[in-house]
Write a protein that binds this ligand. Structure first.
Ligand code: PLP
Length: 426
């Protein structure tokens, strides 16, 4: 209990351990198991401030952030995004919702400009999972059908609709029954999709590269073939770019590589410029019609708020003004060369290196090695993340604003951490 607090009262003076041992307070008030896991990983500091690829912690150390679950394409505290958010927060942070706001319209227009084809109408929300929920509901309304084909290992979020599309039983089973009508097939296998798509299929939903599934890059003809299969069956193609979108793969959108125009694209994560949470669902003109005709059928109090929209506009503009896609591609070449060198040096520990742009997956021979390497990196003050649906695969997701020497430092630390883990394995 907080010292000085009265239950039901408001005289909360001090939370025990907040300054001296944050993890103890975390364990008590946030989540015990998570706190114990962080302790197990050797975490005894907390994050205080972050700029670019650097995070400063409570003990005054600096960590290199090569993780961030795909949120920090612009790095932390990007000056343009922060300035836009500051200005907006002091003027009009949230919307009356009866009057339109300029920032929402501008962000939707910028998304329409940057996405291919007639992907033109955007529903803004506050997270990736909400964007997927909107896509699934729109797909039902636009087609009058209820079936959805998703893929094994997919990650689309953890609210009921998106969890129904997510392809990992561990997250799904405790919440069954989920939304009916979902079928999961092997990722990257267009024939498997063709076999299950039918007259009841409203949508096929896929990531252009599975992120949480372990950085799985499909064959080049995968999306074009899914496009054909959907067209033949009258089903919609929903591409979830929450993780891959807004620069992460070295292109603004990962779908650009395939030349395919999906019916619906979802985005989030980096769209907030690493400063504000946001989600977006963009649909082709005809597909969006049911939401257009009934604008109150699917709403969100905070969706399209001026604060997040201003961050989104600044994030998209910064990519263009600062040449962040080119920088991402240059850093990518360096990162993949270093990752390959680590794989060649430690074949007994590293099974594969794969990905695109600044989404770099390193698959270890077993989960234990992966965990040890992440802990080893953390001990060397480098942050990276595992993959939720494939814990053997570690992801390095450097920001496009990282300096080449920061990426070099991260890979030196990786080589040391793998060496250490390989020694343990021997
Ligand atoms: N879709 C994809 C492809 C994701 O990678 C994620 C999150 O990792 C989501 C959806 C869910 O996004 P959020 O965690 O913002 O709800």
């Amino acid at each position: 209990m907080a010292a000085g607090a009265r239950r039901g009262g408001c005289a909360i003076a001090k939370v025990e351990g907040l300054d001296s041992d944050l993890l103890a307070a975390y364990e008590r008030y946030v989540n015990g198991s998570m706190a114990r896991l962080m302790r197990f990983m050797g975490v005894d500091v907390y994050e205080v401030e972050a700029h670019g690829a650097e995070v400063r912690t409570s003990d005054g150390s600096t960590y290199l952030d090569m993780g961030g679950y795909g949120v920090f394409f612009h790095g932390h505290s990007h000056p343009k995004v922060v300035a836009a958010v500051r200005e907006q927060a002091g003027r009009l942070a949230l919307s009356t919702r009866l009057l339109p706001n300029r920032e929402q319209v501008l962000l939707c227009a910028r998304l329409a400009e940057s996405l291919p084809g007639d992907l033109e109408y955007t529903f803004l929300c506050n997270s990736g999972t909400e964007a997927v929920e909107a896509a699934l509901k729109l797909a039902r309304m636009a087609t009058g059908r209820t079936g959805v084909v998703a893929t094994e290992g997919a990650f689309h979020g953890k609210t009921f609709g998106s969890l129904s599309a997510t392809g990992k039983e561990m997250y799904r089973t405790p919440f069954a029954p989920l939304v009916p009508g979902f079928t999961h097939v092997r990722y990257g296998d267009a024939d498997a999709v063709a076999q299950v798509v039918g007259p009841h299929t409203a949508a096929v939903i896929v990531e252009p590269i599975q992120g949480e599934g372990g950085v799985n890059v499909p064959p080049p003809d995968y999306l074009p073939r899914l496009r054909e299969i959907c067209d033949r069956a009258g089903a919609l193609l929903v591409v979830d770019e929450v993780q891959t979108g807004v620069g992460r793969t070295g292109r603004m959108w990962a779908i650009e590589e395939s030349g395919v125009v999906p019916d619906i694209v979802t985005s989030g994560k980096s769209l907030g410029g690493g400063v504000v949470p946001i989600g977006a669902m963009t649909a082709r003109r005809d597909v969006f019609r049911p939401f257009d005709e009934n604008p109150l059928i699917h709403t969100s109090t905070f969706g399209g708020n001026p604060l997040a929209s201003a961050a989104g506009v600044a994030a998209l503009e910064a990519i263009e003004e600062e040449g962040l896609l080119e920088r991402a591609r240059e850093l990518s070449a360096l990162a993949f060369a270093r990752a390959e060198a680590v794989r060649r040096e430690f074949p007994e520990a590293v099974a594969d290196v794969r990905g695109r742009g600044l989404l770099i997956g390193i698959e270890f021979v077993d989960e234990g090695v992966g965990g040890a390497v992440i802990a080893g990196l953390l001990a060397r003050k480098v942050i990276c993340v595992h993959s939720l649906n494939h814990p053997r695969v570690m992801r390095l997701m450097p920001p496009a604003v990282a300096r080449p020497e920061q990426v070099e430092t991260a890979f030196e630390a990786l080589a040391e951490a793998v060496r250490e883990a390989a020694r343990m394995l021997a």
